[in-house]
Every structure is written in structure tokens, then in C-alpha cells.
Design a protein around this ligand. Structure first.
Ligand code: KE4
Length: 426
């Protein structure tokens, strides 16, 4: 356990200065810049199991796990072995390979609602493609999403709610034309009433509803009772495609994802993260009659140079086969995450689903994005820094989920709980 002295981050600081000369913000994904918690982001030198080390030699117990992919922890032997074997035969062919068929079959077997699946290279590609296919299948243009849910940087999904329920979205970032945002309606997560009203008013225009069945991108927020069932019912009634964005929850909250956990069946599912075990990957799939619309079997175009590449597919196959062989991993993940969140610091609300969790620095329940925004982000930033100084690496934002991996031990959890008790009053 680190004592609470300030960390030596001198090499990270120098690298961060250097990085900002050639990379926007010095990072290849914004959240990594630590802007909402302040300070220098540690530059990571290596990871193993539940731990990472930065370039100054500081050791951390890691609860980010590359934002979800590393359910088995860093450098799991089965994943490393699979990658070494693939290196012996090549890295990419841009041609069909047997491994891709094996991964597709494993995904379809694990997630019964997925009758056909297309591999891509990121979660963003998966959600962007799923929405295009849903539009092509229904012949409609509108998408419904939920405030606080993030589905990757898809133009039409980087929008925030319009003035009232069922009104057009407005761009939530520079660079997205208003016309694109107007194809998306943004509603409050868990608001059954808003969903029913929107379908009453515009049901015939809606191509798809896309939802994180357990939200992770406003922090961890579980679905309220009846919410997912309402989405299923409304989409069925109005002929809209229900897309579960399981990029984060897929193979994480259960081997069959949140749809297995909650017993609600979407028409399409997007996947990523865990199915690549840390290599770049995404996937979208669903009912055969929908997926048959995808080129070259159908009129909806989607393509990718490195889609299904041997490295990502082999790493993913190794990880998913390990999880299929050892289903007891999920009970262990649930137990460990339960120990971690059993006794939160005063004034902190904890939400958890399986091994996904968030400590919300608010004394109120957090059931949607508006609730999450009541958090004291300054206090969270102090907590984050104090945990880092104690060797605990948490997501550098109040509005993110943390992840326990199969590599974490009860001792790691006990150290983290002790550190959190001190850090919460730092
Ligand atoms: P990517 O394009 O980043 O692979 O996936 C986008 C995505 C889609 N759907 C869900 C539910 C997601 O959580 C994500 C990406 N998650 C973030 C974590 N909040 C990735 C971290 C980052 O942006 O650097």
C-alpha cells in the first residue's frame, strides 16, 4: 500500500508535455487526459494481472482495465498464448479466415438473439453500422437514445435532448450538422413515460431505439424495473428495431450479456471490448432477417480493412473460451465487486451490476443522467487523486464505470476499501 505522499510522476509529466506537441490534448482518447480530475495522467509502462505500472515505477491496482476489455486482467496467459500462435502465421490478410467463423459461432451460441454477426474494429463502428442497418431494414430515419448513454462518436448520436420530449436532438459537439442531430430523439434513461409518449407521437417514424441495457457512460446506472421491457414492447408494437448496445456489458455482466441477466431480447446487439480482450474489435448482430440486409448479402453497405483480423479474433476467442470453460468466474467477479462496494464512504451512492460499479459522490439515488449530475465532481477529483496516491487506479471521471477483473484478489479489494476510507476524507 502506498502511503499518501505525493506521487513522483516526473517522467509522465515530461511525456505528457511532449505528447501534447503532436497529439491533440496529448492523448488518443479524451478521457485519458485526466481533465475532469486534474493532474498529470500517468503514462503506463506495463500491466500484469490486476496491476499496472507507470513510467515512474508507480504500481497501481487497476479498476479501469482498458475501459472494460480486460475482464480476465492484463496479459492473461491464454490470451498471450493465442497471440503468440497467431504471430507465427501472420497479422492480417484482408481475406476470410476460419478463426472469424469460430468467433462468430461462439458469439451466436452465447447470445441467442444474435443469429448473424458482423465483426468490425470498434464499438463506434458497431453502433454506427447497427443504426444504418436498422434504417435500411425499416426504411425509417429516426433513432431514439437516452441522455447519459454513450454509443461511440457516431455523428447522429453525439446529440443532446431537444427542448421537450420527442423533439429533435441538438448537436452535443462541434462538427455535427444540425440535420444529423435532428434524426435523433434523446430521452431520460429509465423514463417509461417518456418512451411511451414518444412512440405515441412518432412511433411510425422510428427506425431504432439504442440503449445501454446497463448504463456505464454516466457512471453505472441499472435499468429500472420494467424499463427494458417497455422498450421491447414499444419497439414490437411500432415496428422499430431495439438495439442493445452491449459494447460494455457484453460478456461482462453475464456470459450472455445484460439481455441474459434481465431476460429481455433485443432485435440487434452491439459488442466490443471483452470480445477482443484488449485488441481493437467491435461487432453488431441480430435477427437473421435484419442482418441479411448487410452487404454483400443485402443493400446496406458496411466494410472494414481490418475487420475480423487474426490478432483481435484470436485474443477474443481465447478470452471467451476461457469464460465459457470457467463460468464460476462470474460468481467470483460478483463477490469481489460486492466486497468492494459493500460499505461506501459517507455521502457516496454506489451503483453496481456484477463487476461494473461507480461511486457517485452524491447523497442521492442515481437512476438517470440528471441524478448523476448532482454529484460533487470536485470531491470526486480529490478522491481520485488520493486513491492514485494510494496505488489505486480508478476511471478519471465521475461519469464512468469501474471494473473488477478476474485477476483481482480479496486482498486487492481489502486494500482498495481501506484506501477509499482514507481517500474519501482527503
Ligand atoms: P469504442 O469506439 O470506444 O471502441 O466504443 C464506443 C462505445 C460504444 N458503446 C458503449 C456502451 C461504450 O461504453 C463505448 C466506449 N466506452 C468508453 C468508456 N466510457 C471508451 C473509453 C474512451 O472513450 O476512451
Amino acid at each position: 500500500m502506498k502511503d499518501s505522499r505525493t506521487l513522483d510522476l516526473s517522467r509522465s509529466r515530461a511525456l505528457f508535455e511532449r505528447a501534447q506537441q503532436t497529439i491533440p490534448g496529448g492523448v488518443n482518447s479524451p478521457v485519458r487526459a485526466f481533465r475532469s480530475v486534474g493532474g498529470t495522467p500517468p503514462f503506463i509502462a506495463r500491466g500484469d494481472g490486476a496491476r499496472i505500472w507507470d513510467v515512474d515505477g508507480n504500481e497501481y491496482i487497476d479498476y479501469v482495465g482498458s475501459w472494460g476489455p480486460l475482464l480476465l486482467g492484463h496479459r492473461h496467459p491464454a490470451v498471450i498464448r493465442a497471440l503468440e500462435e497467431v504471430l507465427a502465421i501472420g497479422t492480417s490478410f484482408g481475406a476470410p479466415t476460419e478463426r472469424e467463423v469460430e468467433l462468430a459461432e461462439l458469439i451466436c451460441d452465447a447470445v441467442p438473439s444474435i443469429e448473424m454477426v458482423r465483426l468490425v474494429n470498434s464499438g463506434t463502428e458497431a453502433t454506427m453500422s447497427a443504426i444504418r442497418v436498422a434504417r435500411g431494414y425499416t426504411g425509417r430515419d429516426l433513432t431514439v437514445k437516452f441522455a447519459g448513454c454513450y454509443h461511440g462518436h457516431v455523428d447522429s448520436l453525439l446529440v443532446k435532448a431537444g427542448s421537450g420530449v420527442a423533439t429533435f436532438g441538438i448537436p452535443d459537439t462541434a462538427g455535427v450538422p444540425a440535420r444529423f442531430a435532428e434524426t435523433t430523439i434523446t430521452l431520460a434513461y429509465n423514463s417509461i413515460e417518456a418512451v411511451e409518449q414518444t412512440f405515441r407521437q412518432r412511433g411510425g417514424e422510428i427506425a431504432a431505439v439504442i440503449v445501454e441495457p446497463v448504463a456505464g457512460n454516466m457512471g453505472c446506472v441499472p435499468p429500472a424495473d420494467g424499463f427494458l421491457e417497455c422498450l421491447r414492447d414499444q419497439c414490437t408494437r411500432h415496428g422499430a428495431v431495439l438495439i442493445f448496445d452491449e459494447v460494455m456489458t457484453g460478456f461482462r455482466v453475464a456470459f450472455g450479456g445484460a439481455q441474459q441477466l434481465y431476460g429481455v431480447t433485443p432485435d440487434m446487439t452491439t459488442l466490443g471490448k471483452v470480445i477482443g480482450a484488449g485488441l481493437p474489435i467491435g461487432a453488431y448482430g441480430g435477427r437473421r432477417e435484419i442482418m441479411r440486409r448487410v452487404a454483400p448479402s443485402g443493400p446496406v453497405y458496411q466494410a472494414g480493412t481490418l475487420s475480423g483480423n487474426p490478432l483481435a479474433v484470436s485474443a477474443g476467442l481465447a478470452a471467451l473460451r476461457e469464460l465459457r470453460r470457467h463460468p464460476e468466474i462470474y460468481e467470483r467477479l460478483d463477490r469481489l465487486a460486492g466486497e468492494l462496494t459493500a460499505d461506501p464512504p459517507a455521502g457516496v451512492t454506489v451503483n453496481r451490476v456484477g463487476s461494473m460499479f461507480t461511486f457517485f459522490f452524491t447523497g442521492r439515488p442515481v437512476r438517470n443522467y440528471a441524478d448523476a449530475q448532482t454529484c460533487d465532481t470536485e470531491r470526486f477529483a480529490r478522491f481520485h487523486r488520493a486513491m492514485l496516491e494510494r496505488g489505486i487506479y480508478l476511471a478519471p471521471s465521475q461519469f464512468e464505470a469501474g471494473f473488477v477483473s478476474a485477476a483481482h484478489t480479496s486482498e486487492d479489494i481489502a486494500k482498495t476499501v481501506a484506501a477509499a476510507r482514507e481517500a474519501a476524507v482527503a
